[in-house]
Design a binder for this molecule. Structure first.
Ligand SMILES: [Zn+2]
Length: 219
């Protein structure tokens, strides 16, 4: 179920208290327009009606897709790894079988939605992304700052990411084959933890841990 509230937010520019609509709970089926705003990156846009000052107004919220059975909790704090996994099996037994994630930014929330709507496994997608990022770093000697999943096409054997590299402006599109995804899925199935009842972050650090375990075993 979607939940809505409103709150007075002080404009950082002119100080006017602006009544601001917030959605602590977002249901994809109930409010498809909210999903669209997350995907077109306007969901957290905030403008002062008095002076026109605009900014991003980010707040914690829970995104729920009932049909595809996933929930993503956005806690805008910087890093999803700051969260200890939260066990919800006792309080919310109805969430068994629902994929549960914690993310730290609106960009990561959008990425998770795109991954799960594509029917992909996010552990495997993170592994592919990490592999691609390591290859780019070795080839160009440039570190990846951020990278996000953009889309996948099984028939064209293609999976795409947007990379933001150190010292470069904007994002560059990088793609690799879905074979890399399927290979990653095999690794994932061996090394992922049991997260059935947990809200967990799944990001590049998670992927690095799985890769370390994989290489330790292969060695
Ligand atoms: Zn203002």
């Amino acid at each position: 179920m979607s939940t809505q509230m409103s709150k007075d937010v002080g404009c950082p520019n002119c100080g006017t208290a602006v009544r601001t609509e917030m959605w602590p709970g977002i249901c994809a089926q109930e409010h498809p327009e909210l999903r669209s705003h997350i995907l077109d990156e306007t969901f957290f846009d905030w403008t002062c009606p008095h002076c026109g000052y605009s900014a991003q107004f980010e707040y914690p919220c829970l995104y729920h897709d009932r049909e595809r059975r996933f929930m993503i909790y956005l806690a805008p704090t910087g890093s999803g790894q700051e969260f200890k996994p939260v066990d919800v099996s006792e309080k919310f037994p109805q969430l068994a079988g629902v994929t549960k994630r914690v993310v730290a930014s609106p960009a990561e929330l959008k990425e998770k939605i795109l991954i799960f709507e594509s029917g992909l496994d996010d552990y495997a997608v993170e592994l592919v992304k990490l592999g691609l990022s390591d290859v780019l770093e070795q080839k160009d000697g440039i570190k990846t700052l951020r990278a996000y999943f953009c889309g996948a096409d099984e028939s064209a054997n293609r999976i795409c990411f947007a990379f933001c590299q150190e010292g470069k402006n904007g994002f560059t599109l990088r793609k690799t084959s879905m074979d890399a995804y399927h290979k990653s899925l095999e690794i994932t199935e061996r090394f992922r933890g049991n997260d059935e009842n947990l809200f967990v972050p799944v990001d590049s650090l998670t992927a690095r841990d799985m890769l370390d375990e994989y290489f330790a075993e292969e060695a």
